[in-house]
Design a protein around this ligand. Structure first.
Ligand code: G7M
Length: 306
């Protein structure tokens, strides 16, 4: 039995952490053998091959309404196809539980001083093992057969592979490029010195998206492309990585203002101002359960007392 099968069988439900009725994504907290386990269940889009015959599979119709040329109702479409992506975190820590818990969110304007006095100490306090899964990928110990590109140069190399969020459908292509150099923590670490690396990531991802997913893209910046490349600030882990998502995903997770920074803009900023990301204020949205939020609030309270 696979780990996922065993977890599903032994999962004892405790509570719903969050339920997004628009994205049809639900996070559940439960226990497996006494330890906390987070399950996420996300409804998948209809499979392309089923679409032409969907109307023939509707049953249990109810709550029908008719009005002139308009009408609607509720029904059940049962198809013999996979319809849910299931993910787990096990054993889940208190931090994971807080991360997926429904919560208020705030916009924080991070000046270079806030970065030095609040964010950087927070990053330094994160236990190294938190990103063991990244090291496993970089060292070829996990997800090996999923890797699409790997330049193992410790300073200039990077790996490209499908993001955990991708359900494998071409329309929702979601790749992630992770740099080999562990000294690059986030956007804040980037200077003009890294422009060649960022440009190689851009062109490699363009080639992969084109060759493997048939998406249009070209290193020529005049050429329109069918995907976006961006970085998160704040990221969820501090080892530099870049997201690549198909534009057909109309509302991809994490592509909102207050979180996503287009790679093209990052390269431009560095070309114009080599130390842009050390000098700029970067605003970001954060949940009140995030440890960085409490560090920031404590810092503000201290400033107010002075
Ligand atoms: O930029 P930010 O830190 O928010 O994004 C991290 C990205 O890494 C997310 O898009 C996650 O879905 C992805 N991710 C997280 N984990 C734990 C894994 C993993 O184990 N494998 C892969 N392929 N992607 C992951």
């Amino acid at each position: 039995m696979s780990t996922l099968e065993t977890l599903l069988k032994d999962f004892v439900f405790e509570r719903v952490l969050s339920h997004n009725t628009r994205t049809k994504l639900i996070y559940l907290l439960g226990r497996v053998k006494g330890e906390a386990c987070i399950l996420s269940l996300e409804k998948l889009a209809y499979d392309d091959t089923s679409i032409p015959t969907l109307s023939q599979h509707v049953n249990k119709l109810k709550d029908e309404v008719e009005n002139n040329i308009y009408g609607w109702g509720l029904g059940n479409i049962q198809l013999d196809k996979v319809n849910t992506q299931i993910k787990y975190i096990y054993p889940a820590t208190e931090l994971h539980i807080r991360k997926y818990q429904e919560q208020a969110r705030y916009m924080i304007r991070e000046t270079p001083t806030v970065y030095t006095q609040v964010t950087k100490p927070y990053i330094d306090s994160i236990p190294a093992e938190r990103i063991d899964w990244v090291r496993n990928i970089l060292q070829g110990k996990a997800e090996v057969d999923r890797v699409l590109y790997h330049d193992k140069d410790p300073k200039h190399g990077f790996v490209v592979l499908p993001d955990m969020k991708w359900d494998g459908q071409p329309d929702s292509m979601y790749l992630v490029a992770i740099v080999m150099n562990p000294d690059l923590l986030s956007l804040r670490s980037l200077t003009a010195e890294h422009i060649p690396l960022l440009k190689r990531i851009r062109s490699t991802c363009q080639r992969i998206a084109k060759e493997q997913q048939g998406l249009t893209g070209n290193d020529d910046t005049l050429y329109p492309q069918e995907f976006r490349l961006f970085l998160h600030y704040q990221p969820s882990y501090y080892h530099l990585h870049i997201h690549i998502t198909a534009l057909t995903m109309q509302d991809p997770p994490g592509a909102m203002a207050g979180q996503a920074h287009l790679l093209d803009t990052v390269i431009d900023n560095l070309e114009l101002y080599p130390d842009y990301y050390q000098k700029a204020s970067l605003s970001y949205v954060i949940g009140e359960q995030h440890p960085l939020y409490s560090s920031y609030k404590t810092w503000v309270e201290q400033i107010e007392q002075i």
